[in-house]
Design a protein around this ligand. Structure first.
Ligand SMILES: [Zn+2]
Length: 53
C-alpha cells in the first residue's frame, strides 16, 4: 500500500479499510467506487478531500 496523494510508503493501517500516511498526514480509505482521501482535523474528525480514481 502506498499513499495515493504523495506516493509514500510510510502508510499505517488505522481501520479495517482505512490507512494513514505519516508523510502528508492524510487518511485514506478503500471504497468500491474508488479511493477516498481525508484530511485529519485537529480534533480528530475527518474532512473528505477528493476521490482519487
Ligand atoms: Zn502521503
Amino acid at each position: 500500500m502506498t499513499c495515493p496523494v504523495c506516493g509514500s510508503r510510510e502508510v499505517g493501517k488505522v481501520g479495517a479499510k482505512n490507512y494513514y500516511c505519516h508523510d502528508c498526514c492524510v487518511e485514506f480509505a478503500l471504497h468500491p467506487k474508488g479511493m477516498m482521501v481525508y484530511e485529519v482535523n485537529a480534533d480528530g474528525t475527518l474532512i473528505a478531500l477528493n476521490g482519487v480514481g
